[in-house]
Design a protein around this ligand. Structure first.
Ligand SMILES: *Cc1c(COP(=O)(O)O)cnc(C)c1O
Length: 423
């Protein structure tokens, strides 16, 4: 069926990809289409929905907030929900991360982090300008964020407009320290302003994982050279890695952290960039130009703040963590089992994220045929699961039941059996 509505969908070739699902209702981990067919939301609706859909506690908070204060300008004005959220956020982050800047989504939280890091050096009259990222990174689709990310298929037309960065090779395995040698060389030049990473798990590049030890070594090197460290926890935040944040696995801490996606439980768009007092202080001056002159119309939106506070309430409940623990265990058992499948080349897991790499002849990449085959197969079987190329991954809402997990696992096995027969 052709796309006959007026919607220009994201990441979609609308001439050929015409099997758009019509979802009319959501509840818990289940999406319902216009014929009443159910789909398990195995990737939490682009990795945002952490507590399940239409959660009554979040719904009540949004509704009450709407009847009290829906939205006000955030320059020169503050409101109780934003104050509550910023206090609660700094309370759950390491001691020094306590200045909270509000924006709209993951990309804008990264743009703000970049601007903070660049202007920090500018305000301090330092000429450090170079930004360092990991190859294969994804930090969003705005221009600054795209400049940091993997170049190629997704953003080729825009490449001439990107600024230059330095890229470290992504570690091949836990023993690969080549990227540290590269970092040593680049950092030694003395002109690096900031290092930005997706800590422990690179999301869009295929849920690629690296170790706590590797990340800590890189951070210690950066600290030695007085380089600001930015953690893009847009994907890894909110329990995904088994702890509230990826940084909770580490003894070294970043200077800036970007949060979004699961921040509001996946109900409303909101981005936060949290910085240390050291960075914040560099913007204090009698000179107005030294302020962070950045903002968005919906900055500090009160409904989004209320949703985020309600989501934080849920993270304070034991049940949420029992559910997370359960997913971690079930994933781990399934991983052991499925890694022996002849169609599986590699598997990996961090917390509630499990990734399974399918063996294919061609090079791996987003556009290989196996991706579409898998997507259609899972849709047919009542699971919404968007593989990244030949990589199938599950990062479900935490309220998913063991039965629902087993159902997804069994369909993954069925899919692998099917392509193995066809091969
Ligand atoms: C999704 C994502 C972003 C971009 O967030 P948007 O809300 O889509 O703009 C940035 N960084 C990471 C690590 C992400 O996974």
């Amino acid at each position: 069926m052709n796309n006959t509505d007026n919607i220009w969908h994201p990441f979609t070739q609308l001439k050929t990809d015409t099997n758009t699902l019509m979802i009319t209702k959501t509840k818990g981990v289940v999406l319902y289409d216009d014929h009443g067919k159910e789909y398990i939301d195995a990737n939490s609706s682009w990795w945002v929905n952490v507590h399940g859909h239409s959660h009554p506690h979040i719904g009540k908070a949004i509704s009450e907030q709407f009847n009290t204060l829906d939205h006000v300008i955030f320059a020169g004005v503050k409101h109780p929900k934003a104050i509550e959220l910023s206090k609660r956020i700094s309370a759950i982050l390491p001691e020094k991360l306590d200045k909270v800047f509000f924006s709209d989504d993951g990309s804008t939280s990264v743009e703000v982090a970049l601007k903070m890091a660049i202007q920090y050096h500018h305000n301090n009259n330092s000429d450090k300008k170079r930004i360092v990222a990991l190859s294969g990174a994804y930090h969003g689709d705005t221009f600054g964020a795209m400049s940091l990310g993997e170049r190629g298929y997704f953003n080729e037309p825009f490449e001439p407009y990107f600024f230059d960065i330095e890229c470290l090779d992504f570690p091949q395995d836990n023993l690969d320290n080549h990227f540290l040698d590269q970092a040593k060389e680049i950092f030694a030049k003395g002109d690096v302003c900031a290092l930005i990473v997706e800590p422990l798990v690179q999301g869009s590049s295929g849920m690629r994982m690296y170790s706590v030890q590797q990340l800590e070594s890189l951070m210690k090197l950066a600290k030695k050279h007085d380089i600001l460290i930015i953690f893009d926890e847009v994907m890894t935040g909110w329990g995904r890695t088994g702890k509230l944040f990826a940084l909770d696995h580490l003894d070294v801490h970043p200077d800036i952290i970007c949060l979004s996606k699961g921040l509001t439980g996946g109900t409303l768009p909101l981005g936060l960039t949290v910085a240390t007092e050291k960075i914040y202080n560099a913007f204090l001056s009698d000179d107005k130009k030294k302020a962070l002159l950045h903002g968005h119309s919906f900055t500090g939106n009160a409904l989004a703040c209320a949703a985020a506070c309600a989501s934080l309430d849920l993270f304070e409940q034991k049940d949420t963590w029992i559910n997370i623990e359960n997913i971690v265990k079930e994933h781990s058992n399934f991983r052991e089992f499925i890694s022996k499948h002849p169609m599986v080349s590699r598997t990996r897991q961090t917390g509630t994220i499990i990734a399974i790499e399918i063996k294919i002849e061609q090079q791996t990449g987003y556009f290989v045929g196996i991706r579409d085959l898998a997507y259609d197969f899972f849709i047919e079987n009542g699971i919404l699961l968007r593989p990244l190329g030949n990589i199938i991954f599950i990062n479900p809402p935490y309220c998913i039941s063991s039965d629902q997990l087993q159902f997804i696992y069994s369909k993954i096995e069925l899919f692998l059996n099917k392509i193995s027969k066809d091969a």
